[in-house]
Design a protein around this ligand. Structure first.
Ligand code: GLU
Length: 495
């Protein structure tokens, strides 16, 4: 199970800038980092930004910032460069084109001229006949002349991988052992899209090779991609790195960690006041153990004692209560001066206060009223029992659905600004034929815990997306526990 590492390893995380920095990225980064440091190797960050539909420009800086806060330093990356840069895939496009062409020349890939309409139709027929979805290899059969003709006529094309139709592809996972896939079950995957951008598979393999990555340590969700990658390495004639797939983090009900059940953004934990070292310790325990029952240990101790043998399979549960307990252990040990500095530097920061003061100053007559009016800007989860979160005349499940719809719309915002937040809520009100006051009060209570709070949109903006999401979700959970009121507007039954 445990291999001997001869040369210093080169490992990487390859986050896609599609949203908030995810807690799963921190988890994978930790194990990559620890493995690299254990063996005197390098830890690299590469930004995989080739999915232009899901790309969020602000996300890259947020991810780097979050990993830096988490306390892990990288040796090469998009911001600091390195010998194998650039470290952002959108800046490496010619490499992928060249690689795809190389595979065509080697007869391992072909141009596919199938239209989107044809592929959709194919899928429909497959679904109707209960067949597994997949490309029918229509263009694989085109003769060179036919393909040349289409090319000359300017037809759009993608480049697909000629996956062997028989045989077995296998790899040795460092913690899972040998994993085998039948080639017949693999699709002729697209390598280069019609817009000239590579797919994840091509870009990942080309870059891992070019960047001399020795070990790919990533989440379990990529296991089914790995045989495709192994076949690509073979087709190029390159040596594949060693693969390790870590277990996915789970919610307490064992489902895959999701925003619905657990905050997944690293920024949420940072805002909550979780110490990076406590988070690292907690994430280390998601599969790994130091041995015995010692649960509190530093990242340095983890590095010293790191072996994959201490990693056990089985879905690690991301239990927020456990994280809080652990954070408490670390906090207790900090000297008072560190506490004072932390509260000043992380809680009452000038930056945050400057955003809150304009919302509060109209409402107070003495400074002592500041805290009671602004407390919800500094606290965490709120309690909704006994509040008037449920507006008269509406069922609790209806209000919970409003929250869910608004949250969904918030997720699509590319910018967390007052005008954008206002637009979401106003559109929601209009589309649902509601009155502004119907939704304002429950929303206000959900995010601030009180019916009298500063201007709503500004408050939402200042609190930040993670906190608003968390509170709205908790409010939804609370609403779901309420007994539905007796229906209103019904005529009394004549006796
Ligand atoms: N871009 C992929 C992600 O978002 C990287 C997966 C891999 O490590 O190969 O997680």
């Amino acid at each position: 199970m445990n291999q001997v590492v001869i040369a210093p390893p080169r490992v990487r995380i390859a986050p896609s800038p599609t949203g908030d920095p995810h807690i799963g990225t921190a988890y994978i980064a930790l194990f990559n980092y620890v493995f690299a440091k254990k063996h005197g190797g390098k830890f690299i960050i590469r930004i995989e930004d080739t999915d232009r539909n899901r790309y969020r420009p602000e996300s890259e800086a947020m991810i780097l910032d979050a990993i830096r806060w988490f306390g892990i330093e990288w040796d090469e990356g998009p911001d600091i460069g390195g010998p194998y840069g650039p470290y952002k895939q959108s800046e490496r496009l010619p490499l992928y084109l060249e690689a795809a062409k190389e595979l065509i020349i080697k007869n391992h890939a072909y141009r596919c001229f199938c239209s989107v309409a044809r592929l959709e139709k194919l899928r429909e027929v497959q679904t109707a006949n209960k067949l597994p979805p997949g490309y029918d290899r229509h263009c694989r059969a085109l003769s060179v002349e036919e393909a040349e003709k289409k090319l000359a006529a300017g037809e759009k094309f993608t480049i697909r991988f000629k996956v062997p139709t028989s045989g077995v592809t296998s790899f040795n996972d460092q913690i899972r052992g040998k994993i085998e896939f039948e080639n017949a079950r693999l699709d002729d995957l697209v390598l280069l899209k019609a817009d000239g951008y590579p797919t994840y598979h091509l870009a990942s393999v080309v870059d891992d090779n070019a960047m001399k990555i020795t070990h790919v340590i990533r989440g379990e969700e990529w296991v089914s991609s790995t045989p495709k990658h192994v076949l690509l390495y073979e087709a190029f004639g390159w040596t594949a790195p060693l693969f390790t797939h870590l277990n996915l983090l789970r919610n307490t009900d064992k489902s895959k960690i999701s925003k619905r059940k657990n905050p997944t953004s690293i920024l949420y934990y940072r805002r909550k006041g979780i110490l990076p070292k406590a988070l690292r310790n907690f994430l280390a325990l998601m599969g790994w153990s130091l041995g015995g029952d010692q649960e509190i240990f530093s990242t340095e101790t983890m590095i010293e004692n790191f072996t994959w043998e201490r990693f056990s399979l089985g879905g690690p549960v991301f239990d927020l209560q456990k994280l809080l307990w652990m954070n408490g252990q670390y906090l207790k040990q900090l000297p008072d001066e560190a506490w004072v500095a932390m509260i000043r530097d992380q809680v009452f920061t000038d930056e945050y206060l400057k955003q809150i003061v304009p919302l509060i100053k109209e409402r107070v007559q003495a400074l002592e009223e500041f805290i009671p009016n602004a407390d919800f800007f500094f606290t965490g989860d709120l309690k909704y029992e006994g509040t008037s979160i449920l507006p008269k005349g509406f069922a609790a499940k209806v209000v919970a659905k409003w929250f869910s719809d608004i949250l969904e719309a918030f997720e699509t915002l590319d910018e967390w600004s007052v005008p954008k937040i206002k637009a979401v809520i106003e559109t929601f009100v209009a589309q649902n034929g509601l009155k502004t006051k119907d939704i304002f009060m429950p929303l206000r209570i959900a995010i601030s815990g009180t019916p009298v709070s500063p201007p709503l949109f500004e408050t939402i903006q200042v609190l930040g997306k993670e906190m608003v999401r968390r509170r709205m979700r908790l409010a939804m959970d609370y609403l779901k526990t309420l007994k539905e009121p007796i229906a209103q507007n019904t005529e009394p039954t004549p006796s």
